[in-house]
Write a protein that binds this ligand. Sequence first.
Ligand code: ADP
Length: 393
Amino acid sequence: MSMKRVGVIGGGQLAWMMADAAKKLGVELVVQTPSPNDPAVPISAKDNVFAAIDDANATAELANRSDVITFENEFVDIEALSKLASQGVCFRPRLEALAPLLDKYHQRCYLRDLGLPVPRFVAIEQDWNTTAEVIFARQIGFPAVLKARRHGYDGQGTFIIKEIESLKQKLELDSTECVVNQSSFLLEEFIPFERELAVIAARSVSGEVCTFPVVETQQEEQVCRRAIAPAYVSSQVAVEIDKIARTLLNSLDAVGVFGIELFLTPDGKVLVNEVAPRTHNSGHFSIDACETSQFEQHLRAVCGMQLGNTTMICPGAVMVNLLGYEISESDYITKRQQIEQIPQAHVHWYGKTESRPGRKLGHVTVLLDTQSRDQAIVIARNIESIWYPHQAC
Ligand code: ADP
């Protein structure tokens, strides 16, 4: 069956960036999103569903208006959606491919059980102080990384813990502050990585898997600031990452695009940090720098088409996120125009009505004529010096 109308749960920039690909493929988008101001609302059908992402009744409505449902946001209510699936609603990826990934602890267990390399980890339950887990926490050693098991993104809910006392303090503090899932944490070893890497992989309905070039990502305060494509890693590392992606997507029997974040250790080992069952920030470079973008690839997969060619059309590229640094309603047009003056720069502005510190407002991809990590970094610094106030170049 050809899928002409794709229902997307979530109306943020990831849905917005599907628009060009949808047009190209002759597909119509309809979104479920809480606010009419969200980026994807203007580019989708008039009969969008305005409701919270985890509102399964609204998703039932979305299903009435579309041939297949996909996700730009995974913070959904899987149990409630399962009822729709059993009534015949087509989710791609299927819910069973999402379920093991939504809780960071379950995700780690799933990857480990598949034989994929992950940091050593342990779940911290409410009564952790009296259980064997505290012994394990000591074995993991310090610094360690404490992560909220659910609903963390852009480093929210991720804390680097230097010693057992601050771990105790953090957990006690959180239980009195009543944060979401107060008792559900994952503690894992801190990886003194040499680089962080990421790969976007897609799997089609027929089971074909296709990866994009591996990128290097650079985070500041746990938030992605830049991606350099391709990553300057050995072919052995690139092959290993490709294998990890294939193993994972095949095991999940996934359909669609998945983003996989990894650590590369100083001794050349690759560890999986996190898997996102959707298009991912680390793949934005593909819009301007690859034959097929991750967004087109995703729509191809969920619509039952063949996957596209993921080769880069230039020797290299650098993607820089434009993050909010103040509370404002400005559209930052002057800065955007200044950045557009950079040769081979492509500015993508998400059209959000409000800026807040750390919020992803847009991104820039600059195509490079040579493969040079140093040049990519110089260009990224230049963009950041235009964008952020008071930042030394
Ligand atoms: P989120 O889901 O919020 O993006 P991540 O688990 O991806 O959170 O962590 C965000 C960033 O924090 C990573 O990109 C990395 O820079 C750092 N980080 C996370 N886990 C570890 C770890 N085990 N060791 C070292 N750094 C880590």
